[in-house]
Design a protein around this ligand. Structure first.
Ligand code: PLP
Length: 396
């Protein structure tokens, strides 16, 4: 018999994963090229050659005991130093190796931070729509996920609503920009506004309220859009980063958490997160990946590839009459469902062999998410099906 808590998690298990598995079944029946699977944020762009070459070189040249061994639960010190230096150069921070913990992706990073901060019943706020796994991650530590709305047109945070939602039980506000699922990048004005609200609330309640900046999509931005580095605007910020999307390594499970020494209760938060990395069973982030990342800090993914997909899809779908948020970052297009019940729309799309994920998975019914981190052929192949849907809904 499994625990009551796990019963709940299994029951509400990820619709995105279910859709992905369904896509694989459909591919076996219709052929992979005839299924337009936009369900999962699995990058289609391969990891840069330098990443693969680094791994091979490390295996050939570095001591096998070192490469495959245990190390400090926070990760290799030289790796953390290299990342700290790179962040200091990019963002004018003052990190050192002891401000970083190497993690099992962004998911591992968020879990060690939430485990460190939340007592049962404590609240973690996030802006809706949000990456659905937040609900499970907060639930892991018996916290309460509080959904705070965004502006219905810009999808930027609604600051008045945030101010209302912060309570004495709020320990952390999770901010994800560039955002999954909307592709929206929160502006500097938004981040300043969030910081102001939170400073005021910290004073009102007399204790620290952290921001957890979940940033796996930081490098995926288009045109001249920039992503504000939140610790520069709000001192009590803990950054969670991942190489899953920025270097196309989602299966390798590598990322980090960074917190400046200026963060309130720094020593305890750092020690707790490092201990959480161990006792949650991660022990440490994958060793070979840590060593490879340290050699590839200036490597970049092919953003132009995603940009072409983005433009092609956005232009075609808006021309069809669909209402979409123009994405500035990440690799997701957020589209209004042409009927209120987005699940019904997802089913109709499936009849055209187009797989998209309903907004309910992100706490925002009435929309769908289209993950365009797929091949250009998939984008182009899907367009006639979308056009037929537009026709059937009378949008054209
Ligand atoms: N946070 C967000 C917003 C994501 O979209 C994802 C993955 O899609 C994650 C965290 C988890 O990333 P990782 O694979 O690095 O654990």
């Amino acid at each position: 018999m499994i625990s009551k808590k796990m019963e709940g998690f299994v029951k509400n298990s990820s619709a995105i994963r279910a859709m992905f598995e369904e896509g694989q079944k459909m591919a076996a029946v219709y052929g992979k090229e005839n299924v337009y699977d936009f369900s999962l944020g699995n990058p289609n762009v391969p990891a840069p050659d330098a990443v693969n070459e680094s791994m091979i070189d490390i295996l050939r040249t570095e001591s096998p005991v070192m490469v495959h061994g245990y190390m400090n639960n926070a990760g290799y010190e030289d790796v953390r130093s290299a990342i700290a230096e790179s962040l200091n150069k990019r963002f004018g921070m003052n990190y050192d190796a002891e401000c970083l913990i190497m993690t099992v992706g962004a998911a591992g990073g968020m879990n060690i931070v939430l485990k460190s901060l939340l007592n049962p019943g404590d609240e973690a706020i996030t802006f809706t729509p949000y990456f659905g796994e937040y609900r499970s991650y907060v639930g892991n530590y018996d916290g309460v996920l509080v959904e705070s709305p965004v502006d219905g047109v810009t999808f930027q945070p609604d600051l008045d609503a945030l101010a209302e939602n912060v309570t004495d039980r709020t320990r952390v506000v999770i901010i994800n920009s560039p955002n999954n699922p909307t592709g929206v990048v929160y502006t500097e004005e938004s981040i300043r506004g969030v910081a102001e609200v939170m400073e005021a609330k910290q004073k009102e309640f007399g204790h620290e309220i952290y921001i957890f900046a979940d940033e796996p999509y930081r490098e995926l931005v288009y045109g001249d859009v920039t992503v504000p580095y939140i610790p520069k605007y709000y001192r009590n910020t803990i950054v969670g980063y991942s190489y899953s999307k920025s270097l196309s390594l989602p299966g390798e499970r590598i990322g980090y958490v960074a917190l400046s020494r200026d963060v309130d209760d720094f020593e305890n938060v750092y020690a707790a997160a490092k201990t959480a990395n161990r006792i949650l069973g991660f022990v440490n982030a994958p060793s070979l990946q840590q060593r490879a990342i340290a050699r590839c800090l200036d490597e970049k993914t092919d953003v132009a590839y995603y940009d072409r997909n983005r433009k092609t899809l956005y232009d075609a779908l808006t021309a069809d009459g669909f209402t979409c948020v123009r994405p500035d970052g990440a690799f997701y297009l957020w589209m209004k469902s042409p009927e209120p019940d987005e699940k019904a729309f997802c089913s109709k799309a499936k009849e055209k062999r187009i797989l998209v994920v309903g907004g309910s998975s992100f706490g925002c019914p009435g929309f769908v998410r289209i993950a365009y981190c797929v091949s250009y052929e998939t984008i182009c192949g899907s367009l006639p099906g979308f056009a037929e849907l537009a026709e059937e809904y009378g949008l054209r």
